[in-house]
Write a protein that binds this ligand. Structure first.
Ligand SMILES: [Zn+2]
Ligand SMILES: [Zn+2]
Length: 261
């Protein structure tokens, strides 16, 4: 049995539909060795119904600690999915550094005041090339900030199927090199399959670039309900093996190890 983890999951502590313990059964059924929760944490914006109130972070961490203590058939990790905002790096880091987390996923959801996954109307009347360029610039600075262990859905800007007119290969090449230089993991996020895009993040046409640049990888479902834990993982692992990946990243108290798969 190959070692599998799912580090990107949302429970009722943010916008998931079920309590953390409800994700254990499906994870065991899918043959996972570890699961990790990564609730949305969004500093510097109005609280919305999809993100966790920063005041609840310590009770979230305690809740997972006790779940971990009472669970012996699967490892339970504590993470966060933190929104990246350029120029606010020190404040984000100061908030996160004291927390006893296993890993931090950094995600770019916001371009300006709105998130790129708020709806297709976000894109209407805008210059798609500029949006893609801004999005990847923001992801690049998130990587270089050194705040994050994993970058979430690194090309979320593809969610509604919009495509830029320029050749994207150099964009992915630059991103992969930045990730390698700053020792940051990228995820194959299978949840894109459930969205209008109907495919994984990142774009599978460019996965070979991440391999060529030796960027460490992990596979995540971004499940917001127990039925989606490890969804499409067989296909994702097969895809990674086909591309030439042989190991994946696991985390314990923000220390990374590589495990063969
Ligand atoms: Zn996200
Ligand atoms: Zn997520």
């Amino acid at each position: 049995m190959i070692y599998k983890t799912d580090y990107h999951m949302h429970s009722t502590f943010s916008d998931g539909r079920s309590a953390p313990e409800d994700y254990i059964e499906p994870a065991l059924a899918a043959g996972l060795s570890e699961i990790g929760f990564s609730e949305h944490l969004t500093l510097f914006r109005e609280q919305e119904d999809w993100n966790m109130n920063p005041l609840n972070v310590s009770s979230y961490i305690k809740y997972l600690e006790s779940l971990r203590d009472s669970t012996d058939n699967i490892k339970i990790r504590t993470g966060l999915e933190v929104d990246y905002f350029a120029g606010r790096e020190n404040e984000i880091r100061d908030f996160l550094t004291p927390l006893p987390l296993d890993y931090i996923i950094g995600s770019v959801h916001y371009l300006g005041e709105k998130t790129v996954d708020v709806g297709p109307e976000f894109y209407e009347g805008k210059n798609i090339d500029n949006l893609f360029t801004s999005y990847f610039e923001s992801v690049g600075t998130a990587v270089a900030s050194g705040i994050f262990d994993i970058i979430g859905h690194c090309d979320l800007i593809r969610i509604y199927g919009y495509k830029p007119s320029f050749d994207q290969e150099p964009v992915y090449r630059k991103l992969a090199r930045t990730m390698k230089r700053h020792d940051v993991v990228f995820e194959v996020n299978t949840n894109g399959r459930n969205r209008p895009l109907a495919d994984f993040y990142p774009d599978r046409r460019f996965l070979n670039i991440f391999r060529e640049e030796n960027v460490p990888v992990c596979v995540n479902s971004d499940a917001h309900m127990p039925s989606r834990v490890a969804q499409y993982f067989d296909e994702a692992y097969e895809l990674l093996r086909y591309i030439g990946f042989t190991e994946m990243a696991v985390f314990d108290k923000r220390v990374r190890h590589m495990v063969p798969f």
